[in-house]
Ligand binder design. Structure first.
Ligand code: FE2
Ligand code: FE2
Length: 165
């Protein structure tokens, strides 16, 4: 990413990453690294693609940053299958408590686990984040945790072939 884009990306995410609630994600394990770093990686990919295609990149980047904004403590009453499906709703609730979201941002967070979550992506930006998230997850699993990779590949491919306007 160019220096200008790096500055702009950092400007967009600064307000959120500086909040103590978001800083908590540094202690949460996710794909073998911290959920904080996973969220930044997904936000960066979303920023890069949505800016390139002249989409609503500022709002999309902020929502992508918050797509997994939850703690393991909040998920402790759910088994791993339920947590997989339900965490977008929890992330959405947490994100709404952190800052005001528009409809696009709500959809990005709620639908990022498509096709296993309740909500479907309704905007191109939401399709971008849901695909970037799976691409990043595959990368992180290969790099930090070799298990679960096949399942995410299947979701990734299904996501690509399900793209609609
Ligand atoms: Fe997620
Ligand atoms: Fe994620």
């Amino acid at each position: 990413m160019s220096l200008n884009k790096t500055y702009e990306f950092n400007d967009i995410i600064r307000d959120i990453i500086d909040k103590k609630e978001f800083q908590q994600l540094k202690d949460e394990l996710h794909h073998g690294i911290s959920r904080y770093h996973h969220c930044i990686r997904v936000a960066k990919g979303t920023y890069y693609i949505t800016k390139k295609f002249n989409l609503n990149y500022e709002n999309a980047t902020k929502a992508a940053l918050l797509h997994d904004f939850y703690t393991n403590e909040q998920m402790k009453d759910f088994n791993s299958k339920e947590a997989f499906r339900l965490h977008p709703d929890l992330a959405l609730e947490n994100a709404k408590n952190l800052l005001g979201l528009d409809k696009l941002q709500e959809n990005i967070i709620a639908s990022h686990m498509f096709p296993v979550c309740k909500e479907k992506p309704k905007y191109i930006e939401a399709w971008v984040t849901s695909i970037v998230d799976k691409g990043v997850a595959i990368y992180e699993m290969y790099r930090y945790k070799a298990s679960l990779v096949m399942g995410i590949w299947i979701l990734f491919i299904f996501n690509i072939i399900s793209i609609q306007k």
